[in-house]
Write a protein that binds this ligand. Structure first.
Ligand code: URA
Length: 427
């Protein structure tokens, strides 16, 4: 019999011990009900940060967070459910073309998403830049949208009932320096995805300067942990490790990224965004057991049809002009050469400073703010060529964003080696 009190649980983990299943259930339940205090949970999160958790502890922690709220069930839908989750990157707008594409291939895509915090943008913030579009969808309406063969995909805000323990814990971790712990990240992501009721899941685990995980070894460990948690919970899960040293595509910022996603759905768009969309779609279609070729479905225009229905199903007008920032300023190359580096974190910071992201939960975002990238690594530039166009409603932020962007790039002599976008597959 292990001790069921907060101090014993904290000291056990602090001293490198393992927590019993009973202790984990007790502490998560007590925290959800407010009996385990924020101070105690913060201390426990810090102990876990340093000491880690075993596979059994992480699985039990995840199950306890799922049990803290409702678990959705879509097993009665006429089509297989499959979702994608990205660990977050700069310019990562992939959900926008991917969800309607996979729906057009015959799957139902229930994607419960979050808002952005810090330098990585949130999918809901991007979609909310579409006039009329609303993230709040009731469970009954969500089911209707997913069952509708002309739509089949919904991106919406997770209700308060979905893994409430994770919501409270994530807010605490955010202010106590305990975000970057593999068992805590893995259980946080997977508790929400399992509670969301998807039968299959593809994870896009980002690696590099603009990602949580800076090196392939820790990204592999995170991906493996999440794939195992999925398997333990009966959710077929595969992870792709993908590069996030350089921003994805040529835009970062809410409305700018929507416009770029629509280009992809129309058959154009930047090559890296198209490549990753198709790679993730192929995994999702295979996990859903469907026989469809995402490249051919994209080329046919059917993914665009689903996008338009999906936007309308959530109150948006797919034909309405997107918001534009009141001010723009262009940053130019200071010398001739080849762009050898564009650091995702630096660009993300600039986008955030321009007003596209938020410093704390609940802050408003500027829909039109962000950065257009006129050149990407490997491309030749001449002195005076535009490198970035910055967009904002708050032009006093231009100097701070300019310095972040100047520091984010190098212009050299030699074309850098272009590594692959998809680095590995786990599952
Ligand atoms: N995203 C989450 O949902 N949780 C984490 O812990 C990190 C990223």
């Amino acid at each position: 019999m292990t001790a069921l009190d907060a101090v014993s649980i904290i000291t056990t983990k602090r001293d490198g011990g393992s927590l019993s299943g009973e202790q984990i259930d007790w502490v998560i339940d007590g925290f959800t009900r407010g009996e385990v205090t924020d101070e105690q949970m913060s201390a426990l999160a810090m102990a876990i940060f340093w000491r880690g958790m075993t596979r059994a502890e992480t699985a039990r922690w995840t199950a306890a967070m799922i049990a803290s709220g409702q678990r959705m069930d879509f097993t009665d839908l006429p089509r297989p459910t499959v979702d994608k989750h990205s660990t977050g990157g700069v310019g990562d707008k992939i959900t926008l073309p991917l969800a309607p594409l996979v729906a057009a291939c015959g799957a139902a895509v229930p994607q419960l998403s979050g808002r952005g915090l810090g330098h990585t943008g949130g999918t809901l913030d991007k979609l909310e830049s579409i006039p009329g579009w609303r993230a709040d969808v009731s469970p009954a309406r969500l089911r209707e949208i997913l069952a509708d063969p002309a739509v089949g995909a919904a991106v919406c805000a997770a209700g308060a009932d979905l893994a409430p323990a994770d919501k409270r814990l994530y807010a605490l971790r955010d202010v106590t320096g305990t975000v970057e712990s593999i068992p805590l990240i893995a259980s946080s992501i997977m508790s929400k995805k399992i509670a969301e009721g998807t039968a299959a899941l593809v994870l896009d685990v980002k690696v590099g300067a603009g990602a949580f995980m800076k090196d392939p070894a820790s990204a592999t460990e995170l991906a493996t942990t999440m794939v195992e948690l999925g398997a333990d919970a009966g959710v077929r899960t595969v992870a792709l490790l993908t590069a996030m040293d350089t921003p994805l595509g040529r835009t970062a910022g809410n409305a700018l990224e929507v416009a770029e996603s629509v280009e992809v759905l129309a058959g154009g768009g930047p090559a890296d965004v198209v490549e990753l969309t198709l790679a993730l779609a192929a995994e999702m279609v295979a996990l859903a057991g469907l026989d469809a070729d995402p490249a051919q479905v994209l080329a046919s225009g059917r993914a665009m049809d689903h996008w338009r229905s999906m936007v309308r199903a959530q109150g948006g007008d797919p034909d309405a002009p997107l918001p534009r920032a009141a001010h723009t300023e262009t940053l130019r190359a200071e010398r001739d050469g080849v762009l050898t580096r564009m650091d995702a974190l630096g660009v993300g910071l600039a986008v955030w400073r321009l007003g596209a992201g938020r410093a704390k939960q609940g802050d408003p975002v500027q829909f039109g703010a962000g950065v257009e990238m006129h050149a990407k690594p490997g491309e030749v530039v001449r002195a005076g060529d535009p490198l970035f166009t910055m967009h904002t409603d708050t032009p006093r932020m231009f100097p701070a964003a300019t310095s972040a962007l100047r520091e984010a790039i190098d212009i050299g002599e030699r074309v850098p080696d272009a590594g692959p976008l998809v680095l590995d597959r786990i599952g």
